[in-house]
Write a protein that binds this ligand. Structure first.
Ligand code: MTE
Ligand code: MO
Length: 376
C-alpha cells in the first residue's frame, strides 16, 4: 500500500477522499481564526505523502540553457534572508459541491472550506533564482518557472506545476520557498520540508515537497498544468473538451462564503436580526472592498463589517477578509435564504448563480453563496 506511511491527521478534518488524503475542516470553524491553525488547514493531496529526510534533502535549481545547476540543502536554503508572508491558499475546487447541484462534475465534493490562511516563512524565490544565475537580461528568454515535487504516481511521474516568470521575479510577487507554516516546520501534509507559496495564485501551483525548480521557456508539462485546473464553457463536455485550448488557472476570481450559521441550522432572531459570518478573498493580490448580504433575494442588501483583514494594499493583499453582518430578517418567516457576494478592489464581483459558470471539472466555483436556515 503506497499509503501505508501517511501522517496523523486531526479528527476534526472531514475527508473528501482518504487515499489520497483530502479533507477540509468544518466551515463554521474557519472564521474563528484569521490565521488558520495548521491542524485545521485543508489538505489536498493527489498522491501519497512522501517521507523526506530533511538532513539529506536537497533542492535543485536549473535555468534552461545554463550548464550549471544550483543545489541547496535545507540548511543552505535557511541561510538566505528569511521572509514571512501571510497568504490564503485556496483550491480551485473550493465550493464545488454547490456547482454539482446544477449538474454532476468530476472532482472531490468540496464544501467551502478548501481554503485557509497561514503565515508562511522561508527564502525568497526571487533571491534564490538570482543566486542560481538568473540575470535581468535573461528574463526575456524565459516565460515560466516550473516546480517539480517528490510525490510520484505509480508510473513514477511527479506532481508538478508552473507560474509565469514575472510572478517569480517581481519584488512584489512575494513568492517564497517556505519551510515554516505558522512558526513551525511545515507539517508533512503541507509539504515538509519545503513548498513554494505563490500568494494570490490557485492552490495547485503552490507545490509541496518541492524537489526541483526549472526556469524555462515552457510551462510545466505535468498533467496538473496541462490537462487539469482549467476553465471551460458550460456547454463543453467530456467528448468535446480540448485542454490545449484553455489557459491554466493562475489567479482565482473573487469569492466569498457564509460560514456561520451553518446551512439548515436553527438560528435565534435577536432584535429582528441574525448574525452572519464568513470569509471573502480574491486572487492576484486584490483586496476585498465590500461584502453584500441579503435575506430577501436581493431586494435589500446589507453591507457586512470587516472583522479581520490584513493591512496590505492591492495588488499585494494576500490574505482573506473575515466579515460579519447583523442581518435583518422578517419575524413571520420560519425559514430564510441568505445570500452573500464580495467585491474586490478591481470592482469585480461574483456571478449570481452557478448555472452559467458550470464547467465539467467543477473549478472556479465563485457564484453567490446561498444558504437556508430556520428561524426561532
Ligand atoms: N503539491 C504536491 N507536490 N502535490 C499535490 O498533490 N496539491 C496542490 C498543491 N500542491 C499538491 C501540491 C493542490 S491542488 C492544492 S489545492 C494545494 O497544494 C493544497 O495545499 P494544502 O494541502 O497545504 O492545503
Ligand atoms: Mo487544489
Amino acid at each position: 500500500d503506497p499509503y501505508s506511511n501517511e501522517p496523523k491527521r486531526h479528527v476534526i478534518l472531514k475527508p473528501a477522499c482518504v487515499k489520497p488524503f483530502n479533507a477540509e475542516s468544518p466551515e463554521q470553524l474557519l472564521v474563528e481564526n484569521f490565521i488558520t491553525p495548521n491542524e485545521l488547514f485543508y489538505v489536498r493531496n493527489h498522491l501519497p505523502v512522501p517521507d523526506i529526510d530533511s538532513t539529506t534533502y536537497s533542492l535543485e535549481i536549473e535555468i534552461e540553457g545554463k550548464s550549471k545547476t544550483l543545489t541547496l540543502t535545507l540548511d543552505e536554503l535557511k541561510k538566505f534572508p528569511k521572509y514571512s508572508v501571510t497568504a490564503t491558499v485556496m483550491c480551485a475546487g473550493n465550493r464545488r459541491s454547490e456547482m454539482t447541484k446544477i449538474k454532476p462534475v468530476k472532482g472531490l465534493n468540496w464544501g467551502a472550506a478548501a481554503v485557509g490562511n497561514a503565515t508562511w516563512s522561508g527564502a525568497s524565490l526571487r533571491e534564490v533564482l538570482k543566486k542560481a544565475g538568473l540575470n535581468e537580461k535573461d528574463l526575456d528568454k524565459y516565460k515560466h518557472v516550473q516546480f517539480e515535487a517528490f510525490d510520484t504516481d505509480a508510473t513514477g511521474s511527479a506532481y508538478g506545476a508552473s507560474i509565469p516568470i514575472w510572478k517569480a521575479v517581481d519584488r512584489r510577487g512575494d513568492v517564497i520557498l517556505a519551510y515554516e507554516m505558522n512558526g513551525v516546520p511545515l507539517p508533512r501534509d503541507h509539504g515538509f520540508p519545503v513548498r513554494v507559496i505563490v500568494p494570490g495564485v490557485v492552490g495547485a501551483r503552490n507545490v509541496k515537497w518541492l524537489g526541483k525548480i526549472i526556469v524555462s521557456s515552457e510551462e510545466s508539462q505535468s498533467h496538473w498544468q496541462q490537462n487539469d485546473y482549467k476553465g471551460f464553457s458550460p456547454s463543453t463536455d467530456w467528448d468535446t473538451v480540448d485542454y490545449s485550448k484553455s489557459p491554466s488557472i493562475q489567479e482565482l476570481p473573487v469569492t466569498s462564503a457564509i460560514c456561520q450559521p451553518i446551512p439548515n441550522s436553527t438560528v435565534t432572531v435577536e432584535n429582528g436580526q441574525i448574525t452572519v459570518r464568513g470569509y471573502a478573498w480574491s486572487g492576484g493580490g486584490q483586496d476585498i472592498v465590500r461584502v453584500d448580504v441579503t435575506s430577501d433575494g436581493g431586494k435589500t442588501w446589507h453591507v457586512a463589517n470587516f472583522e479581520h483583514r490584513d493591512p496590505q494594499n492591492a495588488p499585494q493583499h494576500w490574505s482573506w477578509t473575515l466579515w460579519t453582518c447583523k442581518l435583518p430578517v422578517s419575524k413571520e418567516d420560519k425559514k430564510v435564504e441568505i445570500w452573500a457576494k464580495a467585491v474586490d478592489s478591481s470592482y469585480n464581483t461574483q456571478p449570481e448563480s452557478f448555472e452559467n459558470i458550470w464547467n465539467l471539472r467543477g473549478v472556479l466555483n465563485n457564484a453567490y453563496h446561498r444558504i437556508t436556515v430556520n428561524l426561532e
